[in-house]
Design a protein around this ligand. Structure first.
Ligand code: PEP
Length: 253
C-alpha cells in the first residue's frame, strides 16, 4: 500500500505586507523544520512572494499557490497561468477556497482551474465546505455538489494526486463562529470517501488525501490528526507565526 505522508499547508492569504517580512517568516519556518522528514510542508504565499523559497535546498518545504487562472495564455489582465506557476517550481495550488468562491468562483470555474492545474502537472488542493450546518443535513448535499461539479472530466490517475480540504466556512478566520470538532471532520471525511468511491472506486478514495482547515492552532492540531484521522491540516492565521506553525508541524509529525 502506498505510504501517505501527512501534509501541513500554510495559506498566508494577503499577508505579510513586505517581502522582507515574507523572507523572515519563511526562514524561521525553515530553521525550525530541519528534522522533519515525513511530513510535507507546503507554503502558499501571495504571488509576489513566491520567490521566498528561492535557492533554499529543502525537500521538506514545497511551494504552493493560492489561486490560478484556467486559461493557458493571452489577454487576461491580472491573471496568472498554471504554466507560469509551474515554472516558478510551484507544486500545489489552492483552488475553490471559500474566500475565492465568495468573490465569484463557481463550481464550474473551480473545475476549469482544477483541470488547468492537473494539465500543468501540479497538485490541486481542492477546498470544499458549507457556510452553515443546518439540522436537515442540506450541508451534505451542498458539499457533494461542490465535489461532483469540481471533478468533471478529472480521471482516476489525476484524482489520486489531489488533496481535498474540508474547510467549513463557519470555522474559518478570526470571525469564526466556533472551531469544528474532530468528530465533525470525521463525518465529512467518510462522506467524501463515499463520494469518491461512487465516482471512481474505493482504492482511489483511499489514496486521495483529505485534510482539515479552519482555525487550526497548536492546541487543536493533534486532535484533528489523531481523533479525526485527517491526512493533514490547512492553516491560515497561525501559519504566519513561525513558532505556532512549527508547533503544529511537530504535533502532526
Ligand atoms: C483558511 O482560510 O484556509 C484557514 C484555514 O484560515 P484560519 O486558519 O485562519 O481559520
Amino acid at each position: 500500500m502506498k505510504v501517505i505522508n501527512k501534509l501541513v499547508i500554510a495559506n498566508w492569504k494577503m499577508n505579510p505586507q513586505s517581502k522582507k517580512e515574507a523572507e523572515i517568516i519563511f526562514k524561521n519556518i525553515f530553521n525550525n523544520l530541519k528534522n522533519i522528514k515525513k511530513t510535507e510542508v507546503i507554503i502558499c504565499p501571495p504571488f509576489p512572494f513566491l520567490f521566498v523559497k528561492g535557492k533554499v535546498k529543502t525537500k521538506n518545504i514545497k511551494l504552493g499557490s493560492q489561486d490560478v487562472f484556467y486559461e493557458k495564455e493571452g489577454s487576461y489582465t491580472g491573471e496568472v497561468s498554471a504554466s507560469m506557476l509551474r515554472d516558478f517550481s510551484v507544486e500545489y495550488v489552492l483552488v475553490g477556497h471559500s474566500e475565492r468562491r465568495a468573490i465569484g468562483d463557481t463550481n464550474e470555474i473551480v473545475n476549469k482551474k482544477i483541470l488547468a492545474i492537473l494539465k500543468s502537472k501540479m497538485n490541486p488542493i481542492f477546498c470544499v465546505g458549507e457556510s452553515v450546518r443546518d439540522t436537515n443535513g442540506f450541508y451534505l448535499s451542498f458539499i457533494k455538489q461542490q465535489i461532483i461539479e469540481g471533478l468533471v472530466n478529472v480521471n482516476k490517475p489525476q484524482v489520486k494526486n489531489m488533496v481535498i480540504a474540508y474547510e467549513p466556512i463557519w470555522a474559518i478566520g478570526s470571525s469564526a463562529d466556533r472551531e469544528a470538532t474532530p468528530a465533525e471532520f470525521t463525518e465529512i471525511r467518510i462522506f467524501i470517501k463515499k463520494i469518491i468511491t461512487d465516482l471512481y472506486d474505493v482504492k482511489t478514495a483511499n489514496e486521495v488525501r483529505i485534510i482539515y482547515g479552519g482555525s487550526v492552532n497548536p492546541l487543536n492540531a493533534e486532535s484533528f490528526i489523531k481523533e479525526g484521522r485527517a491526512d493533514g491540516l490547512l492553516v491560515g492565521r497561525d501559519s504566519l507565526n513561525p513558532k505556532k506553525f512549527s508547533a503544529i508541524i511537530n504535533l502532526v509529525k
